[in-house]
Design a protein around this ligand. Structure first.
Ligand SMILES: [Zn+2]
Length: 167
């Protein structure tokens, strides 16, 4: 599963492609939607990794929260939040997972089943800090691969968002 860096790039790209935006502009959007795309992994702190926060249910809740916080006045913000959160689910599904439970609970609340792509685009990120070879070099290699794949996508998405913006 991708690193926070990969998720941030994927989240900003997804939000831009979906039309998510802020009044403050592209940099603020990159920071906000990139951060939103990292949030699902906070479930590591409560020992429930790859479960509820990695699901369509969480996407709906996050978008609903964004709509609620803006009192419905910023639907494009909610679209960006939904796209950024969804990108996390997609990227994790496309990533190799070496820590049980394998895969993500993508379709909760409809099912508690875990899903993983049969072909991996991204390498697993190791949290085994006591294995320096794997933790440092393995993670560095995985992050370079993520940037090589996702940075061009994010750049193109940013160009699309910029052109779509009212002048
Ligand atoms: Zn994740």
């Amino acid at each position: 599963m991708p690193s926070p860096l990969g998720h941030a790039l994927g989240g900003a790209a997804a939000a831009w492609l979906a039309g998510g935006r802020l009044r403050e502009g592209l940099h603020a959007e990159a920071i906000l939607f990139g951060t939103v795309a990292m949030l699902p992994d906070l479930d590591l702190m409560v020992g429930a990794h790859s479960t509820y926060t990695h699901s369509i249910g969480a996407v709906i809740l996050a978008a609903g929260l964004a709509l609620s916080l803006t009192r419905g006045r910023a639907p494009w913000l909610a679209v960006g939040v939904a796209a950024a959160w969804s990108s996390h689910i997609l990227l994790d599904w496309l990533g190799s997972d070496t820590s049980p439970p394998i895969g993500i609970m993508a379709l909760w609340p409809f099912t508690d089943a875990f899903y993983q792509s049969p072909a991996f685009l991204f390498d697993a990120i190791s949290r085994r800090y006591w294995l320096p070879q794997e933790f440092i070099w393995g993670n560095l290699r995985a992050m370079v691969k993520e940037v090589l794949i996702l940075a061009p996508v994010a750049w193109l998405a940013m160009r699309v968002a910029y052109r779509r913006r009212p002048q």
